[in-house]
Design a protein around this ligand. Structure first.
Ligand SMILES: C[S@@+](CC[C@H](N)C(=O)[O-])C[C@H]1O[C@@H](n2cnc3c(N)ncnc32)[C@H](O)[C@@H]1O
Length: 318
């Protein structure tokens, strides 16, 4: 199946279910990537700043953990986006004379083009091998001479439900060899007000990001969503440690897709579940590592313990 067919099948299934749902993986068309760049700069969205600070302030420690004796590395970033945060780590590895090939992967050509421009102007000597594709289906051809270190930043793992997160971690595990590493950016459980605001900012950029998914469906599936007839709703549940986002129909309405030759009924107040963001504790991070076959080497956090960078490795098979 090509991308258009995958999207069509996903939408047909997701909007026909009793609880309508669309995957957050489809947020990132070019406009979605641009809006996400604005989200990362919002005062409420602390995640990016904290992760970036950890990558800058603790870069030496990270570099030492993933390449203690300056071993050559293949640094494989899953869903790299524009690579702004990874630039700092790459610079540190480069300054330590680690022979490193940076292999960012993303489904967004726009994001990879931004990333290439950034590296060309700020770190032109870094070996850069971008790969456009879905990390569930593709994996870069790495050298047997180098240690692979996979990276999943931006708390992206939290966008999967428990089964999905374990599935992705096991896929990464299966691609790595004994001793290879995994660097994960994970958002931690904290004051629910802080978390609620992070997914429902005052300026409405997160709302525009969520609604942009409907604009994408209009363009790519010939749908006729009226964006002003839907609204963004986000809520954080402290019992589960999960923030969830929805699009809410403001009226009884019918939305039609020319490409799918299908109509979908929406009741006033009916929701489309579009994104979840799991928050973690030190204990849940440890359990996740064990359940997916990794060993937790180190967890770095900021002073308030709002955000964590977990460094795992694949141990020898038992
Ligand atoms: C939330 S952004 C995070 C970007 C970056 N990692 C960061 O922390 O700033 C998620 C990125 O992952 C990409 N992405 C999502 N699902 C993907 C998949 N299955 N395969 C490859 N890239 C994916 C999106 O295009 C987007 O650029």
């Amino acid at each position: 199946m090509n991308d258009a067919q995958t999207l069509a099948a996903h939408v047909l299934k997701g909007l026909s279910a009793p609880q309508k749902a669309l995957s957050s993986a489809w947020f990132y068309d070019d406009e979605g990537s641009r809006l996400f760049q604005r989200i990362m700069a919002l005062p409420e969205y602390y995640l990016t700043r904290l992760e970036h600070s950890l990558l800058i302030d603790r870069a030496e420690e990270i570099a030492h953990t993933i390449s203690p004796n300056r071993e050559p590395l293949d640094l494989i970033e899953l869903g790299s986006g524009d690579g702004e945060k990874t630039l700092s780590l790459c610079r540190t590895l480069h300054d330590r004379d680690v022979d490193c090939v940076y292999r960012p992967m993303d489904v967004s050509a726009h994001a990879l083009a931004e990333l290439s421009r950034r590296f060309d102007s700020h770190l032109p000597r870094m070996a850069l091998k971008p790969l456009l594709g879905d990390y569930f289906e593709h994996w870069p051809a790495v050298s047997p001479r180098r240690r692979s270190v996979a990276m999943l930043l931006g708390s992206n793992l939290g966008n999967f439900d428990e089964g999905g997160a374990l599935g992705l971690l096991r896929r990464v595990h299966s691609q790595l060899r004994e001793g290879d590493g995994l660097l994960l950016g994970l958002d931690l459980v904290k004051d629910p007000h802080v978390l609620q605001a992070a997914y429902d900012d005052a300026e409405g950029v997160t709302a525009a990001f969520n609604l942009n998914l409907l604009r994408r469906l209009n363009r790519e599936l010939g749908m006729d969503f009226a964006l002003d007839r839907f609204s963004h709703y986000a809520s954080y549940c402290p019992l589960e440690g999960v923030a969830r986002s929805f699009l809410v129909s403001k009226a009884d309405q019918v939305v039609t897709s020319r490409n799918l030759q299908h109509s979908f009924d929406f009741r006033c107040g009916e929701t489309i579940f579009t994104e979840q963001s799991q928050k973690y504790t030190p204990q849940s991070i440890e359990q996740l590592a064990q359940r997916s076959g990794f060993r937790n080497s180190q967890v770095l956090t900021d002073e308030r313990q709002w955000y964590a960078l977990a460094i795992w490795h694949r141990p020898a098979d038992a």
